[in-house]
Design a protein around this ligand. Structure first.
Ligand code: AMP
Ligand code: ZN
Ligand code: FE
Ligand code: FE
Length: 272
């Protein structure tokens, strides 16, 4: 299916594990010819206060977004929340909780890494991050800087990837809790990049939950299967690049996304 990329609905900034500031991201989107955007940082909405004034200046239509990590039947999963109120106390509170949980988990992963002669202080990790959300890409960057690995991806392949020895899943909300939080914030919940779920993932059970849609158009991955599933359920189809700047240098902003019509269907209350 060919779609006209009017808006990219999946991008990260320095507020989580992207390398581009919210202001730079808006300017980059404009340069690339995008007309709309949703910033979906992991577990935080703090990019919006910085992005909104620039989006107004540049004439970029911005819809609210966030990517929450959660768990379903023992599996990790990412959910996208869209079109919620930025003032939602439930979403703000969930971000605070996730930040606390990530701090505990990050310290546990640094502890595990010591057994493999990788010594990174928590302060050194914090120095890698420019925003409130610190995650595995920041650990990988710290490992690279200290010469423990030769390539960024080696951190995931050999240490902190989901099936590796220093990985800690940490405490996350359940899918049901995140759904409730997004709905309390007057938002719409979407399954993020279902293409990346492992083969054993109980997808049919997940599809029974109260989502408004799924992210069928993801990065450069084929969408056909997910378009079919969403259409069968009468769900909306979202799309985006998962742009992370230099943390994922092969992904360009706007390499996938949605048309203006889809943007308008998902976002009933754009913030610019
Ligand atoms: P976290 O939220 O701390 O578990 O980190 C997850 C993030 O790490 C993902 O959203 C990606 O941005 C990044 N990531 C996960 N696996 C890899 C990988 N193999 N190579 C590069 N980045 C990865
Ligand atoms: Zn990320
Ligand atoms: Fe994700
Ligand atoms: Fe993402």
């Amino acid at each position: 299916m060919m779609i006209m990329i009017w808006a990219d609905l999946h991008c990260h900034t320095t507020c989580s594990d992207g390398s581009t500031s919210p202001e730079e991201l808006i300017r980059l989107a404009k340069q690339k010819g995008l007309k709309g955007l949703s910033i979906t940082d992991h577990d935080t909405i703090e990019a919006y206060s910085k992005a909104i004034p620039i989006a107004k200046e540049e004439g970029i239509q911005l819809g609210t977004g966030v990517e929450f990590s959660c768990q379903f039947k023992g599996f990790n999963l990412h959910l996208l929340g869209y079109d919620f109120d930025l003032s939602s106390k439930e979403i703000i509170q969930a971000s605070i909780e996730r930040k606390k949980n990530r701090e505990i988990r990050n310290k546990q992963m640094l502890e595990q890494l010591k057994a493999y002669h990788c010594f990174i202080d928590y302060e050194e990790l914090v120095d890698q991050a420019k925003g409130s959300i610190i995650g595995r890409p920041h650990i990988a960057m710290a490992m690279l800087k200290k010469g423990y690995i030769k390539h960024f991806s080696e951190a995931f392949q050999s240490y902190i990837g989901e099936d590796q020895k220093c990985y800690v899943s940490g405490f996350t909300f359940s899918v049901e809790e995140i759904l409730t939080i997004i709905h309390q914030g007057q938002g719409k919940a979407f399954i993020a990049h279902p293409h990346l779920l492992p083969l054993k993932f109980p997808i049919h059970d997940l599809l029974q939950l109260d989502f408004k849609g799924l992210e069928a158009f993801y990065c450069k991955l084929p969408e056909k299967k997910w378009v079919k599933i969403a259409q069968r359920k009468n769900w909306l189809l979202s799309g985006g690049s998962d742009y992370h700047g230099s943390f994922k240098p092969h992904i360009e902003i706007g390499c996938n996304g949605v048309s203006q019509e889809v943007f308008n269907t998902i976002f009933s209350k754009p913030v610019t």
